[in-house]
Structures are given as structure tokens and as C-alpha cells.
Design a protein around this ligand. Structure first.
Ligand SMILES: *Cc1c(COP(=O)(O)O)cnc(C)c1O
Length: 493
């Protein structure tokens, strides 16, 4: 905001920045304050969205920042889905902590490049502290290595490649997977998130190298089946190298028997990766200690602050027990990088992950962790679990709903009309179709937002509460709305 002579079109002087900035902050404050008065979504079709946006070509001439931000606010605030709405429980996206929005403004203003210490001295140390605090929160070794990434997929990829590097011949980095004389095999339960397909593809193993292990009656990976699969691969001359334990699966919030998986990994010298993108923050709860037993044995963990730690998108994080494994996988020192020459050792995050230039994702997480503190985080996460349980109980008590599962903060249930006279397969088929239509109808209706899960062949409505704005009344409303809309659909059939 200088008063230099160049007058570049993108420069703003202090007065203009303050004027436009205050105007935007006022709008955001009102937006957040009134978010519960809006529909969760306007349910508009792509053509309607394009009509609101306009289809003009790139303008030749610029326009005032004030008008432009006014326009952008209108587009975003009146044509979006609001995952910060108290009745948003679809997929796994959190209500975003407002302090995170302010943090992102500060982040973009200083614009630290967190690839190297010299380019981001304070940001680098804040990121390291954030990584340490995340590990502390979930009870993992706080001297682990770690890095903030864009989200759960990237966090899992980052851990995967660290594990692959640790468990493969040293020559793999130079010679590539074509040089391997054994097929390297990957193990995860049938409930493992689709990132595993992308990882197997991306890192050259191919999706055929994934062993999808059966689940037991609790929907956890069947550890006996896991061990059998590992043994069978060894007998066939393959090299098992990595097992994914899921800590909170996407459909139902199920946490695998991590302790058991850890023991199997130790026995066969395999890398133990935990995908805790959704669920692992719940390891901070005293009443969930048993559920997460064995987490400490993990060689790497993926977690997602933009899910259950309420950070605005994007923020994922990889933790690796032995930081050297990150360096082994990601560090190379080209001549044009003149870093690390001061007397003290310094952390250059480009050596810890796949990115080179990196934004400062840690600040919004670091701010939220401190604004709330550990106790309040435990309370918010615990409340989400409690409210999901309440939804389950309310569905259970209702004659027209069947409560199907509850684990962590995910509840699944389905609508069953009281006058349904079908039996057996026909009944299940009808219920699946009816509940699928019901999810669609609810998603476009704007009153509530949830998604679906298929549990043992049953198509269910699924609510995942990673939302610090949800209250008991919202859960009661969900029950009433699902029954009301279920009846409408059933009667029109
Ligand atoms: C959400 C999720 C992912 C993917 O995370 P993104 O942040 O969407 O990339 C991976 N695994 C699990 C268990 C998840 O819940």
C-alpha cells in the first residue's frame, strides 16, 4: 500500500483497503450471525447458478474492489450450500471456526511461503507447533514428524509414500517400481476410503495390489482375514508392505481394532498407517480411549483439521512416528536450493512432503486450537458424539424410523412406512428405493442436509455431526422432517 509512482492496478492504499475490508467483514459477520435463518442450500441447478454468475468474457477493464467484493459476497452468500448451518450433516465437512477465516486473511496478507524456513521463519515454527499440538491432542508421540497438507487424501498419500519408501529397497527411488522383483501388496478393510485406489495408481502399484479385507459383524476389519491374506501373499512370493487401519470410516464411523492391526504389522514388519481423517480427533475423549487403543503403534496417521477440528477448508495433516521417514521419502537437495546454511538446524517443509511452495495452512488450526483450548475441544467433539447418539435414540423411538448404526458422530437410520405390507426381498427393495429418494429430496429441500450409507445392503440416511452449531432441537427437527417427507414420498408411490 505504498504511495509509489507505479500505480499498479492491483495495489490498494491503506484507506481503500480499510474501507473495503471493513465492508466485507461487516457482511461476513452478518452472514455468520444469521446462518441458521437461511436454508442449508438453495438447491439451484447448474443453469440457475450460471445465470446468476453471468457468462461474460474476461473483462478488458478493471472495476472497483468495493463493487467487486459486494458482487462476490452476493454470489457466495446467496447461491451456496452452507456447511456451517446447524442442520448440515452431509458427508464429512465441518462448520468452520470463524477465527479460521480471520486467520486465512492474515495468512494471505503476510503470504509466507512455508516451503522453507528462510521464506517463512515464524510460519514454519507455528506449523511445527501445530503438528506437535495435534499429536498431543490425540495422544500420539509429540516428537513425531508431521506436515500440514490440503486434506485427508493428501495426508494419506503423504503417509503412504513414506511407508512405501521405508519398506522397499533403497534403489526404488532411482530405479522405480519396474525394478521390483516382488509385487508389493497393500491391505485395508472393505470400508477403506477411495484414496487407497488413487494411491495405488499414483505410486505405480496398481489397484490390483490392494487387498480388500472382509469386515466382521462390527464392520471392523477382520484381523484374522488380514493375517490370512498376508500369509497367502507371502506364500505366493509377494511382498506385503502396508496396512491401513481406519479410525472412523466414512459410512458409519467405525474404528478398526488398531491394537490388533499393530500387532500383525509388527509381526510381519509392515508399515502401519492409520486413516483417521475423520475420526481420530475423538481419541481426545476420555470415554473413547478403548476405541482408539493401539493408535500409538501407528507408523503414520492421517488426520483432517478441516473435518472434526472445525478448520475452514483446506487443512489436512500427516503425522509420522519417526520424522526421518518423511525426509527419506521427500528430501532431495538440488543445487539451486541454497537452504539450511545457518548455524542452527532449521526445518524446510519442502523436504517433508510433496509440495514445494506451500501456503500457511497451520495458522487457522493453531488459532482455533488455542481459542478453544483442549478442554473445549473435548467438549465440542463430545457434544457431537452425544447429539449423534440422540439422533439414533430418537429414530429408535419413532415407529416410522429404524435406527441402524451409531458410532462416533455418525448415525444411520431409515424410513419405514407404517402401512408397508411387502415382505422379504420386495420389502427391502422398496425400502432401498424409498430411502434413496428421500435422501435426494432432503438434500434439495434445504431444511436439513444429510447423505447416505449402505449398511449390510440397507440404503440408509446418514448424518455425520462435525458441527459445533448443531443443537438438540436440530436433531428433533431432523426426525420430524424425515418422517414427514418419507410419508409424502411413500404416498405418492
Ligand atoms: C474424508 C476422508 C478422507 C478424504 O479426506 P479429504 O479431506 O476429503 O481429502 C479419507 N479418509 C477418510 C476416512 C475420510 O473420512
Amino acid at each position: 500500500m505504498s504511495d509509489n509512482n507505479r500505480h499498479a492496478a492491483l495495489e490498494m492504499n491503506a484507506d481503500e483497503f480499510k474501507k473495503v475490508g471493513h465492508q466485507l467483514i461487516d457482511q461476513i459477520a452478518d452472514f455468520i450471525d444469521g446462518i441458521d435463518k437461511r436454508p442449508v442450500t438453495y438447491g439451484e441447478k447448474p443453469t440457475q447458478i450460471r445465470a446468476a454468475l453471468g457468462t461474460g468474457a474476461l473483462p478488458d477493464k478493471g472495476m472497483s474492489a468495493s463493487n467487486l467484493l459486494e458482487k462476490a459476497s452476493d454470489l457466495m452468500m446467496n447461491h451456496s450450500l452452507f456447511n456451517g448451518h446447524p442442520k448440515f450433516w452431509g458427508y464429512i465437512t465441518a462448520s468452520a471456526a470463524p477465527i479460521g477465516a480471520l486467520g486465512d486473511l492474515l495468512t494471505a496478507s503476510v503470504n509466507a511461503n512455508c516451503g522453507a524456513f528462510i521464506l517463512s521463519p515464524m510460519a514454519t515454527e507455528i506449523e511445527k507447533q501445530t503438528v506437535r499440538w495435534l499429536a498431543e491432542l490425540i495422544g500420539y508421540q509429540s516428537d513425531c514428524g508431521g506436515i500440514l497438507v490440503s486434506g485427508g487424501n493428501m495426508a494419506n498419500f503423504t503417509g503412504f509414500l513414506a511407508g512405501r519408501t521405508a519398506k522397499s529397497p533403497k534403489t526404488l527411488k532411482t530405479k522405480g517400481v519396474a525394478s521390483l522383483d516382488k509385487k508389493m501388496c497393500i491391505y485395508g478393510s472393505k470400508g477403506t476410503h477411495t484414496w487407497i485406489d488413487k494411491a495405488a495408481h499414483l505410486f505405480g502399484h496398481g489397484t490390483d495390489s490392494i487387498r480388500w479385507i472382509e469386515t466382521n459383524s462390527n464392520h471392523q476389519m477382520d484381523n484374522q482375514a488380514l493375517e490370512n491374506a498376508i500369509k497367502a501373499d507371502l506364500e505366493d512370493g509377494h511382498q506385503p508392505f502396508l496396512v491401513v487401519g481406519t479410525a472412523g470410516d466414512v459410512s458409519m464411523g467405525v474404528v478398526d481394532d488398531l491394537k490388533g492391526i499393530g500387532e500383525i504389522c509388527k509381526k510381519h514388519d509392515l508399515w502401519f498407517h492409520v486413516d483417521g481423517a475423520y475420526g481420530v480427533p475423538a481419541a481426545c475423549l476420555s470415554d473413547q480411549q478403548k476405541t482408539f487403543e493401539g493408535l500409538n503403534e501407528a507408523d503414520s496417521i492421517a488426520l483432517d483439521p478441516h473435518k472434526w477440528l472445525y478448520a475452514p477448508l483446506e487443512a489436512g495433516c500427516t503425522l509420522v512416528k519417526n520424522p526421518q521417514h518423511l525426509v527419506d521419502a521427500y528430501s532431495s537437495n538440488p543445487e539451486y536450493y541454497n537452504f539450511g546454511k545457518t548455524e542452527e538446524p532449521e526445518t524446510n517443509f519442502f523436504e517433508f512432503g510433496l509440495q514445494n511452495s506451500r501456503g500457511f495452512r497451520a495458522l487457522k488450526v493453531w488459532l482455533a486450537l488455542q481459542q478453544a483450548g483442549r478442554k473445549a475441544y473435548e467438549e465440542m467433539i463430545g457434544d457431537d458424539v452425544r447429539l449423534a447418539r440422540l439422533m439414533f435414540d430418537l429414530a429408535d423411538e419413532n415407529d416410522e424410523l429404524e435406527a441402524v448404526t451409531h458410532s462416533l458422530s455418525i448415525t444411520t437410520f431409515r424410513y419405514i412406512p407404517s402401512d408397508l405390507d411387502l415382505m422379504g426381498e420386495e420389502r427391502e427393495k422398496y425400502l432401498n428405493q424409498l430411502n434413496e429418494k428421500l435422501v435426494d429430496r432432503l438434500q434439495f429441500g434445504g431444511e436439513v442436509f444429510l447423505s447416505n450409507a449402505v449398511v449390510d445392503g440397507r440404503y440408509c440416511m446418514r448424518a455425520c455431526i462435525t458441527n459445533f452449531r448443531t443443537e438438540e432441537k436440530d436433531c428433533e427437527d431432523l426426525i420430524e422432517i424425515s418422517v414427514r417427507e418419507g410419508r409424502v414420498l411413500h404416498q405418492s408411490d
